[in-house]
Ligand binder design. Sequence first.
Ligand code: NDP
Length: 297
Amino acid sequence: MTHVIDGNAVAESIRDDLTACVDALRDEGTTPKLATVLMSEDAASATYVSMKQRDCEAVGIEAIDVEIDPDAPADELYGTIDDLNADPEVHGILVQMPVPDHVDTRKVLRDVDPAKDVDGFHPANVGRLVAGDPRFKPCTPHGVQRLLADADVDPEGKDVAIVGRSDIVGKPLANLLIQKEADGNATVTICHSRTADLAAKTRAADIVIAAAGVPEMVDGSMLTEGVVVIDVGVNRVDADSEKGYELVGDVEYDSAAEKASAITPVPGGVGPMTRAMLLYNTVKAASERADVAIDLP
Ligand code: NDP
């Protein structure tokens, strides 16, 4: 029997625990506050931001949304970040990516106060993660790590193939899974578009994590019997549906599920966990700022 890993259920349980954490912080006079910054007309980006706002409200985190005209000078975004950094009421800052071409993305990542960098993308926080002393684990990799733990899949001693080497998924996830600590200790192969014989790498793996952004590129023929499959991909493909599209992962679900001992669906796998771990980081940022110890889930 293939175990279908239910990201919605795991995320809900984390959100419930975070609600109790927020209550505890409020009792101590601190209400966690997240600022989202949107400088884009992209409909998907706007949707992501509004979902994050709603998630915050559901657990009692205060959320403010700063919208900047995509044609405004880059300095307007840089100035907004400075203001949010200086605001003692704001515990977390999330600049929705991508930003327009005339904005220096690396400067944006560098400018956010590392103590408010709830995405975990500031170079100082990336460095801490690599060094095994993470402050904020990036949300998607952290969510994947939690899903494995919930499914009782211990990465220790396992061969893991990650398809994708992006700064937001592949690289930080590899760094998390190789750490010499609980939920780590894996042997990780990071694959990308120049990898020779990708199928040989995925077939040799006990755990395959697909984060390439290519619809259904990993199929059952690329997997070994009993493999654990985590599908990070979210791709819109044309479909005869009301919206005109449907969401599919980077894994061809049916053929992969035939081989897998456990697998995440799309939607309902990694996506909800990414959102839950943003809330986690925001609550963590608030508790550290307020110097109030809480039991994070
Ligand atoms: P990027 O486009 O930044 O990176 C994709 C990576 O996949 C690159 O390293 C690329 O290689 C590699 N790749 C692309 N094609 C192939 C191929 N044919 N064979 C092997 N490797 C390949 O994507 P992201 O990391 O941002 O996102 C990946 C996917 O995850 C997307 O579908 C995205 O929507 C989804 N996502 C989902 C989230 C969630 O919460 N569920 C959160 C974040 C992302 P190279 O470096 O050589 O170009």
